[in-house]
Write a protein that binds this ligand. Sequence first.
Ligand code: BGC
Length: 532
Amino acid sequence: MVTSSHSHLWFLLLLCCSPAHYSFAQSSLESKDDVRRSDFPDSFFFGTATSSYQVEGAYLEDGKSLSNWDVFNHRQDTNGENGDIADDHYHRYLEDIEMMDSLGVNAYRFSISWARILPKGRFGRVNPTGVLFYNKIIDNLLLKGIQPFVTICHHDFPQELEDRFGSWLSPQMQEDFVHFAETCFKSFGDRVKYWITINEPNLFADMAYIRGRYPPAHCSQPFGNCSVGNSDVEPLIVLHNMLLAHAKATRLYRDHFQAEQGGVIGIVVNSFMFEPLTDSELDREAANRTLAFNVAWALDPLVFGDYPPEMRHYLGNDLPSFSPEERKIIKGSTDFFGLNHYSTLYAKDCRYSKCIPGWDRPIRGFAYTTEERDGVPIGDRTGMVKFFVVPAGMEKIINYLKERYHNEKPLYVLENGYSPPREQNVQVQDLLNDVKRIEYHTAYLSHLAKAIRNGADVRGYFVWSLMDNYEWAEGYGPMFGLHYVDRQTLERTPKLSALWFKSFLNNNGSSFRKKNVIASASGLKADQQVQL
Ligand code: BGC
């Protein structure tokens, strides 16, 4: 077990030991991906990110009700893992804010637990203790000069709304969301200047209503084995309701709060980059279609007032329509784009070639996505099955958005992060000595800097995540944190990447890597007998 004083000793050793003690392994990323804080504008936000269900715990404390995830995990739990305690951030938020302060970040992205603020949605009252909790977080962040970026809904909501009307499948959820958003603007908007309405509606619709892996676990064959659902149609309805909920909350903010509170409001989508599997015209079209069916699906309506023409072409009447009134509300309904980007996959045509069942359906745009070309993975593997290390994808997805939306909206990278491949009997020291994570961030940041140099209006970058946490359907297996969290004691320990990030923010990114990362990559293994 890693104790705090021991872990600090470990880092002192790491930082003080002369690199000469170790043989130097040349990191492949050292020269080509050097990147410094000064490569980004002074006003740029560098932060870390979390979300309520993934870190808070305290799942039934102080008036909070059961959320969709609480109920889902208690019913069909993932290896007995759930967010009942998670990182106990509810009780340890002050320590966590200290950690951020020590990193030197100027922003923090977190989400508000809907079930903590409105345990019964719009069918009940505001829970003052819930409001107090987020007030304490916001006030303490501001005291440290850390800008709060607040996600209103990050996958979790009161189970009451699922039970009453089927949550996002029903237009009633739009009303509930607007009520929740209004409660947030009223309670926190005097201090919160960056609002993100909904986290990754596109990924949520897919995971919960195509694959059935997130609550309420709806799907149909051949996409998965669920007791209810229709994978071909439901995700389209769900995303439609989410986009309208976003647009209506944005209108409310603009009409009643923005002038006085002086903030901005946007949305964040999940976006992989997609490369054609082969050089054929068909695969190139498949890659473009996949981008349209994944990313533009959620963003085109907010910019142009309707879904991508490609989607309308293939989905016909299964794709919902916006009424003229709705079109007015939705068009232009975002002040910025949020982008969560981790990885790139290949796309292959399924219109003319045979594909695995499911991918050859309209809902997937008749395109199959895969991580391998001729048996070779697209990048290094990580702890997530579909996440591979492809740093150039960051630049490409930003250029895609820049071109499709004419660079008219500022963009924030609200999540980017790495979890190491999961190994049996992994030693804590190996997790702490996370050289691969440093290489990942350095390389992705370097491509981000290039996109900015080429004119993309990107204004912030958030590391997912501040600390290891509950990774939805994957439980606690994937570890994305800059800080290690001991699952027994819940003690936080900075990983090497936390020290790198701190050094990077002091504009010493490359020299830190030269002095410590390379030394530790090669030498520390031998030295891991150092007792912690
Ligand atoms: C989500 C996070 C998640 C991360 C890593 C994003 O899709 O917003 O909640 O932990 O990816 O998988």
